[in-house]
Design a binder for this molecule. Structure first.
Ligand SMILES: Cc1cc2nc3c(=O)[nH]c(=O)nc-3n(C[C@H](O)[C@H](O)[C@H](O)COP(=O)(O)OP(=O)(O)OC[C@H]3O[C@@H](n4cnc5c(N)ncnc54)[C@H](O)[C@@H]3O)c2cc1C
Ligand code: SF4
Length: 498
């Protein structure tokens, strides 16, 4: 049989582009298909309206979320989420691979243990950190989170004075703050006030688009098509081979390709949508959508901190990862956030007069506590009658209870560094889906998982999934590094097979 490529990859985000670059580096011919455009040259790097209000670099589809049409903050340009992310690339805890140890009967027994161990993924974490130039401090205490045994490849940015205070004040009270491991090259970073959510103007924040560019520069056999949407996969009548059908969104033309292997990496929403449109029938496709629940507390300081004008997302706390002595429930990591720009601040607090809002922006520091949300089959991506995505999602009571317990911890951390007042919101946004995952989970058995331990579809041996959809549980950290490491692991299997 004639093949156009060894491998076709759908989606150029954390999983897809990493997988494509890894296969191309191993000498395989690769076609990478991306629905979005390359970074639009006419878009000024820190134009808050274009980036975050008009959502220009984000996915341009409207998604029906619980009955309301929404544009979601999911990466919609070359590089997917990694062209816009905060770059905090943390390793999880080894125990995250055995969620039954802390959730017990709250989750099905079939997912008490992931089908692979942390040790199996460990070498790929090291490789992922090297490829993304992760910068952190090896002498920090990350426990219970894992850390690279050989140290971080990059040199971290100097700490903002407010973060120095935050760390020192909390260390003296027995907490273990660490400098967030970031995929940011400190020698090229401008330390902008606006970083996560925006495209990086200098390329200091490593994205998977850069992996693709450097693979092409090296003359490897990697072809990229942008502004094309993979519409479906189907079996060719007669040969039974899998074919992929691609719509050119600029010309409207359709093209078909045939490859030995396919890697689907269109994001937790996009990959399920593609498989549903293709008529794949596993009952778990699209189910167990997760995206973390964020506990956000904003500390207000009596004097201007100037955190709004420079880079401050630098500190993490692992202390409440598995809960506290009084509340022994898995929660997640705590990390500092950048200060929202004037337009996003107006969106979050529409009734506050602009002058007051600006006064506050100069005196705040936000902290985010991640809550690992439980997988729930009722939270799912489905296909609307018009072929467009529908998302049904509700947090469980247990998710909300854990967030309630996290918030006072955040306020305490901020108070120790001098914050006097605190703001927090009870509502949660369904637009901010940065950490979406879980809709095509991997496992040992097709009765409880869509993918096998190698992330190959049980029912379709030439189709793999290498984005965040494979995660059976959402981890208490940003999923980026684990998605990248897993894509490298799967690439190793596929290259070996080819
Ligand atoms: C603002 C923001 C901040 C974040 N900060 C962090 C952080 O600090 N740390 C962290 O770990 N994580 C962070 N994340 C999350 C991280 O970026 C994602 O977890 C990661 O990028 C997900 O990788 P993925 O491969 O699953 O999908 P994505 O990166 O979302 O890539 C999917 C790609 O597929 C494309 N696509 C979709 N459908 C099709 C189709 N039919 N045909 C062709 N292409 C298609 C999309 O356009 C997209 O480019 C952040 C995300 C955002 C948006
Ligand atoms: S702060 Fe650094 S990494 Fe972030 S957008 Fe600015 S230059 Fe890029």
């Amino acid at each position: 049989m004639e093949y156009d490529y060894d491998v076709i990859v759908v989606g150029s985000g954390a999983g897809g582009a990493t997988f494509a670059a890894s296969c191309a580096a191993a000498g395989k011919s690769v076609l990478l298909l991306e629905r979005g455009n390359p970074y639009p040259a006419d878009l000024a790097a820190h134009d808050e309206k274009a980036m975050l209000i008009d959502k220009r670099p984000y996915d341009d589809r409207e998604v029906d979320v619980n009955g309301h049409a929404r544009r979601l903050y999911m990466g919609g340009i070359l590089g997917g989420g990694t062209s816009l992310y905060g770059g905090a690339l943390l390793r999880p805890s080894e125990q995250d691979f055995q969620p039954g140890r802390y959730y017990g009967e709250r989750i099905p027994r079939s997912i008490w243990d992931w089908p692979i161990s942390y040790q199996e993924l460990e070498p790929y974490y090291t490789e992922a950190e090297r490829m993304f130039g992760v910068a952190g401090r090896s002498d920090d205490d990350f426990a219970p989170l894992a850390r690279p045994s050989g140290g971080f490849p990059g040199v971290p940015l100097p700490l903002h004075p407010l973060n120095e205070r935050l760390m020192a004040a909390n260390r003296s009270k027995g907490l273990r703050p660490f400098q967030l491991p970031l995929a940011i090259d400190s020698s090229r970073c401008l330390r902008c006030g606006a970083c996560a959510g925006y495209v990086c103007p200098t390329g200091a924040r490593q994205s998977s688009a850069q992996l693709v560019e450097s693979s092409i520069r090296r003359g490897q056999s990697l072809q990229v098509q942008t502004h094309v949407e993979v519409e479906r996969l189907f079996r060719e009548p007669g040969t039974g081979a899998t074919i992929i059908s691609v719509l050119n969104r600029t010309t409207g033309a359709r093209q078909q390709y045939r490859a030995r292997r396919y890697a689907i990496a269109a994001g937790a929403l996009g990959s399920s949508l593609l498989l549903l449109r293709s008529g794949f029938e596993h009952p778990l496709i699209g189910r167990n959508y997760m995206m973390h629940l964020g506990a956000i507390v904003v500390g207000i300081y009596p004097k201007a901190t100037r955190a709004e004008s420079t880079f401050v997302k630098q500190v993490g706390f692992p202390d409440f990862y598995f809960g506290t002595r009084r509340f022994p429930h898995k929660m997640g990591v705590v990390q500092s956030l950048g200060v929202p720009g004037p337009l996003m601040a107006a969106k979050f607090s529409p009734f506050v007069p602009p002058a007051v809002r600006q006064f506050l922006r100069e005196r705040v520091l936000p902290l985010l506590g991640l809550i690992e949300d439980l997988p729930n089959p009722a939270n799912r991506v489905t296909l609307g009658p018009d072929g467009q995505p529908r998302l049904h999602h509700r947090y469980s009571r247990y998710d909300l209870v854990r967030r309630k317990h996290m918030k006072p911890q955040l306020a305490r951390i901020l108070r120790r560094s001098g914050a006097m007042y605190f703001l927090s919101w009870r509502r949660h946004s369904h637009d901010h889906v940065a950490h979406q995952c879980g809709t095509l989970r991997f496992g040992r058995n097709p009765s409880h998982a869509v993918l096998d331990r190698d992330c190959r579809m049980f029912a379709n041996p030439d189709v793999f999934v290498v984005d965040g959809s494979f995660l059976p549980t959402s981890l208490g950290i940003g999923p980026g590094l684990t998605i990248i490491a897993n894509a490298l692991r799967v690439a190793n299997t596929v290259v070996g097979e080819l």
